[in-house]
Design a protein around this ligand. Structure first.
Ligand code: PEP
Ligand code: MN
Length: 372
């Protein structure tokens, strides 16, 4: 059950305490208070967890400070959008806001290789006013003989350069608990010049112990990539492990499904699920066109498939785009064939902005016709 408090009621207010006291009089019921950053307002919600199915809602509705009481349906208790919950769960991290109403591009290196390439990437981002990027230090590869990422060795130069070029958030995959510690230590040693969003890769989507690790820490937000060979429902349930462990700053990413029915793309592009995830959950939704398409082929109109699928995700309301770039893709140690060139960044950014604008126009059109 979720008790939504009225606008001006803060988590620490006596009204919230009153609701908790009543709730915890029922056996096996535990209350968790959450501050929800919506698009237009900040809300306090009290989640009642445990044996709540027989608790009546009326005594809670009678509190003058309560706006409404929602019974949680069984699925996705923590990340789910439950009946009557209009507000999405947004959050601020290192000065950047993420929500179902925001839009950010994360162009960057699939894997960090040299300081020179990293600096060239960051310089290009800065020239376009972009402060969010992707950069892999820990690379889970299909073959043990492939480049596994430089690991913690590259973090000092990565973070120093990020500070130099005004990068605020770096999406970086972690595959083990120790990586979170290494990232935290390296950031502190560099004087915290940037922020990191911990990425859970598709191969670890159901690594429940890793999900609990990133869920139990509150410092870094989490970018959860759906599992490539499991259902959306299974991925959403896996993502729920992060939230139930305590971390609600989560972004859900679509990155294509592994099946040769999507050939000749690397994965079957699944961006039709953007509106589905936005409806079923209150999380911001990211798309990864690079790992979905996996190659730089163009359609007869001259636009790369990577551009086309990016547009398909954005026109459907995606809030974030994770996309591979590299100054010299032929030298990249991982995923070179899908990396766009730095000289192609301007086209990518402008194209994405154009489509985002069209998406907002679509929403405005619907509002106009609805209220007419
Ligand atoms: C990545 O983003 O570098 C990556 C490995 O992605 P995925 O987990 O989606 O394959
Ligand atoms: Mn990759």
């Amino acid at each position: 059950m979720i008790i939504v408090m009225k606008d001006d009621i803060l988590p620490e207010s006596p009204e919230v305490q009153g609701v908790i006291q009543l709730a915890e009089r029922y056996p096996n019921v535990h209350a968790e208070v959450r501050k929800i950053q919506g698009a237009l307002r900040v809300l306090t919600e009290i989640y009642l967890l445990g044996s709540t199915s027989t608790i009546p809602i009326e005594p809670f509705e009678e509190f003058p400070a309560v706006e409404k009481v929602i019974r949680i349906r069984e699925r996705y208790r923590s990340i789910g959008r439950h009946q009557g919950q209009a507000e999405a769960i947004g959050f601020d991290y290192n000065g950047v806001r993420f929500g179902q109403d925001t839009f950010h591009l994360f162009p960057g290196l699939c894997a960090i290789d040299t300081p020179e390439n990293t600096e060239a990437m960051f310089r290009a981002l800065q020239a376009h006013g972009i402060t969010t990027t992707r950069a892999g230090a820990y690379k889970p590869r299909t073959s043990p003989y492939d480049f596994q990422g430089h690991g913690k060795a590259c973090l000092p130069f990565l973070f120093e350069l990020a500070g130099k070029y005004g990068i605020k958030v770096i999406a970086m995959e972690v595959t083990h608990e120790s990586h979170v510690v290494e990232i935290r230590d390296a950031l502190a040693a560099a004087g915290n010049p940037t922020g990191v969003m911990l990425q859970i890769g598709t191969r670890n989507a159901q690594n429940f112990e890793l999900l609990k690790v990133v869920g139990q820490q509150q410092e870094f937000p989490v970018l959860f990539k759906r599992g490539m060979g499991i259902t959306l429902d299974e991925s959403l349930n896996a993502c729920e492990y992060i939230a139930t462990s305590g971390n609600h700053r989560i972004i859900f990413a679509l990155r294509g499904m592994k099946t040769n029915l999507g050939d000749p793309h690397r994965n079957f592009v699944d961006f039709a699920h953007v509106p589905v995830v936005r409806r079923l959950t209150r999380l911001p939704v990211c798309i990864d066109p690079s790992h979905s398409v996996g190659k730089k082929e163009a359609a007869p109109d001259g636009l790369l498939d990577i551009h086309h699928v990016t547009a398909q995700g954005i026109i459907a309301g995606a809030n974030m785009v994770l996309v591979d770039f590299h100054p010299k893709p032929e030298q990249a140690l991982c995923d070179g064939p899908q990396a766009l060139l730095l000289g192609e960044l301007e086209h990518f950014v402008r194209d994405a902005e154009l489509v985002r604008h069209a998406y907002l126009e679509r929403c405005a059109l619907r509002e106009r016709l609805r209220s007419a």
